[in-house]
Design a protein around this ligand. Structure first.
Ligand code: BEZ
Length: 235
């Protein structure tokens, strides 16, 4: 791919581009096989590399947490299937890292030697690398719509607490029709949609109810942590 070539990339709010692929867990039709679930589709630069190994061990170790939040994980690199299989076997059999060992990666890892999927999703960013995908993360909702996109460069491992926080945040914002302030975590106050009329703005500023207004356009309310977790994790 030419460095200056214009490529179209999916955006937040777009339907997730469709593809079929071979993975370490069999063939998949994306996103239709995952309808009804949240999906995190993520790319990594290459098998048998250290940052990617640390990421896969972390993601696989946290997989149950993502499943509990109705979210499936799907990985991708431009390596082939046998490389994927050999790498995942090595991880399980040989790698012990930060207390994680015997780690089995059970989620599908897509082979994408032709880069067809990686290009469709804007995972090849020539300024960073022409032969490897960057560390892209796509959150796709149960209706197949892209809801968040995060990119990291080759040299930087992802923050998996943040990846999990974003998943819980997206579902909380949907379920309670609220927005979430900087660094929000379950149990923190949430933002009430901004007043859309002068009347509502006045009411809000004068109201003594559950809302706290810093100004007419910036009002928060408490949202109980258990209520959030019960809704998102179906606990
Ligand atoms: C890594 O995962 O360690 C890595 C992969 C590609 C470039 C740099 C680092």
């Amino acid at each position: 791919m030419e460095e200056n070539q214009v490529v179209s990339m999916p955006r937040i709010g777009d339907p997730a581009p469709e593809f079929t692929a071979v993975t370490t867990q069999g063939n998949i039709n994306f996103p239709s096989d995952f309808k009804g679930n949240w999906v995190i589709l993520f790319s990594h630069p290459a098998d048998f590399t250290p940052v990617c190994t640390s990421e896969f061990m972390t993601f696989a170790t946290m997989e149950a947490q993502f499943t509990e939040a109705n979210c499936k994980l799907v990985g991708l690199s431009v390596d082939g299937l046998y490389s994927h299989i050999a790498w995942l076997r090595t991880i399980k059999e040989k790698i012990e890292y930060k207390g994680m060992k015997n780690v089995e990666v059970k989620f599908p890892l897509i082979e994408d030697i032709t880069m067809e999927v990686a290009k469709k999703y804007g995972m090849i960013q020539p300024g960073e690398a022409t032969t490897k995908a960057v560390r892209a993360v796509f959150y796709i909702d149960p209706k197949g719509i892209i809801r968040t996109i995060i990119y990291y460069p080759l040299s930087m491992g992802r923050n998996f607490d943040e990846l999990y926080r974003v998943l819980i945040g997206l579902q909380t914002a949907d379920a309670f029709s609220v927005a979430l302030p900087a660094d929000w975590r379950p149990g923190d106050d949430v933002i009430v949609p901004t007043a859309g009329s002068c009347g509502v703005a006045k009411e809000r500023m004068e109201s003594k109810d559950e809302m706290h207004c810093y100004d007419w356009f910036f009002c928060t309310k408490a949202l109980d942590k258990d209520k959030v977790l019960k809704t998102v994790l179906k606990k």
